[in-house]
Design a protein around this ligand. Structure first.
Ligand code: PLP
Length: 243
């Protein structure tokens, strides 16, 4: 398994470099994030030892379980799962530097109040539901800009960009449309020049569609399966913190 993980990471890095070449982008502009849901800490450590530094969980419980054993290797934690308001206190214990799945006002408001109590700030990305599939979370594209404007008032939240999960489809052009929608919203927000809002990050692209995402401007690609292998549960399971 160790060798498998190392080999898979090398393949993904090649894919990223090739995709950047195709679209005349500098590979330094694209960060590889390891989506580590269900992956045991020992395998995550192997990945970190190859030089990867950015990992993300979908559930606070997994964050907690792996936290101690990952301490020995420096890395950055993001959060990419659906977050319940009752888990806010918990998630702030585990050095999560960025919540990529921010998608609603009440969550932001409660997070802000908790951060103020703890005298902390946190980075967030706004998750947009660009595929309009019911099973996925994220703010609807038509409400995304308004949400950013509202959240900009919470000074403990540092908005850094947008995140989306593209349509699961073998039709590349439909998937591409999701990423274009995200890019388009980013451009509109940049034009508005909102105080306390930065828009440099576009987190989009996963194992199956990272090339398309990079072509459309991704700065973070989130890869799980192509590095760690198949998971036992369907993805919908991890996207819902209630389950
Ligand atoms: C699991 C997950 C990924 C990675 O998906 P793979 O297809 O396994 O690469 C990316 N983003 C989110 C939000 C995820 O939950």
């Amino acid at each position: 398994m160790d060798e498998e993980i190392k080999k898979n990471i090398a393949i993904i890095q090649e894919r990223i470099i090739n995709a950047c070449k195709q679209s005349n982008r500098n590979p330094d502009e694209v960060k590889l994030l390891l989506a580590t849901k269900t992956v045991p800490a020992e395998y995550i450590k192997i990945a970190l030892q190859t030089g990867c530094t950015l990992i993300a969980e979908n559930k606070t419980q997994e964050l907690r379980e792996k936290y101690q054993s990952l301490q020995e290797i420096p890395h950055t934690n993001h959060f990419i799962g659906h977050l319940q308001t009752n888990k806010i206190k918990d998630i702030l214990k585990y050095d999560v530097s960025c919540i990529q799945s921010m998608d609603r006002f009440d969550l932001a408001e409660k997070l802000h109040h908790r951060l103020q109590l703890e005298n902390k700030t946190i980075e967030i990305l706004i998750q947009v539901n660009t595929s309009n599939e019911e099973s996925k979370f994220g703010v609807n594209p038509e409400n995304a800009i308004e949400l950013v404007q509202q959240l900009a008032h919470f000074e403990s939240l540092k908005i850094k960009g947008l995140m989306t999960i593209g349509l699961f489809s073998t039709e590349t052009e439909k998937v591409r449309q999701c990423f274009r929608t995200l890019k388009d919203i980013q451009q509109q927000i940049i034009t508005l020049n909102i105080f306390n809002v930065e828009m440099q990050e576009l987190s989009m692209g996963m194992s199956g569609d990272l090339e398309t995402a990079i072509a459309e401007g991704a700065t973070i690609v989130r890869v799980g399966t192509a590095i760690f292998g198949k998971r036992i549960h369907p993805d919908s399971y991890y996207w819902n913190e209630n389950k």
